[in-house]
Design a protein around this ligand. Structure first.
Ligand SMILES: [Mg+2]
Length: 172
């Protein structure tokens, strides 16, 4: 007997947060300080409409450094999704790395496998959502993001300036 497992290989676009979706002010942790990058919400909608999962992957060493709790990262994420909902867009999941080798909070102070350019967040997302890496992308503003994309087997889409929608549309 042949058993066919129903495995759906999804495609995804991973987004960095600071400097890619919002203006990077360093250690952002309050919605009131969040300024969307031009075309960022529309880029997420574009990705949604084309059947990609839209997944946020962000290094948040401010947690390890004791600047803000994990809860704040989730609050900002929920606020982003409320904003996105107004244009019929959404992020499907949030993965964040709270660690840093030189943190203050002992539980978060370590060399981990998830701080980009390490691929732990991508690996977990791919496993959880059964993502086909060969059909998936990583949009980010830093060299670390592009290095992470490369190591994780994703196509890296570097964002520098201007409209994020234009950057994403160019390649997808
Ligand atoms: Mg960034």
């Amino acid at each position: 007997m042949v058993v066919i497992l129903h495995t759906e290989n999804k495609k995804a676009v991973f987004f960095d947060r600071d400097g890619t979706l919002n203006v990077d002010i360093h250690y952002l942790h309050r919605p009131e300080d969040f300024i969307w990058i031009e075309g960022a919400k529309e880029a997420i909608k574009y990705v949604n409409d084309r059947g990609y999962l839209a997944i946020l992957v962000t290094n948040q060493s401010g947690i390890a450094r004791g600047y803000y709790p994990e809860e704040d990262v989730r609050k900002v994420y929920d606020w982003m999704n409320a904003e996105l909902a107004r244009i019929g867009a959404h992020l499907d999941a949030l993965f964040f790395c709270p660690h840093h080798p030189e943190g203050k909070a002992p539980v978060y102070t370590k060399v981990c496998d998830c701080r980009k350019p390490a691929t732990g967040m991508i690996d977990r997302a791919c496993e959880q959502y059964r993502i086909d890496r060969s059909k998936s992308y990583f949009v980010g503003d830093s060299d670390g993001d592009m290095e992470c994309a490369k190591r994780a087997g994703l196509t890296g889409l570097p964002y520098k300036s201007g409209s994020l929608l234009a950057c994403v549309k160019d390649r997808l």
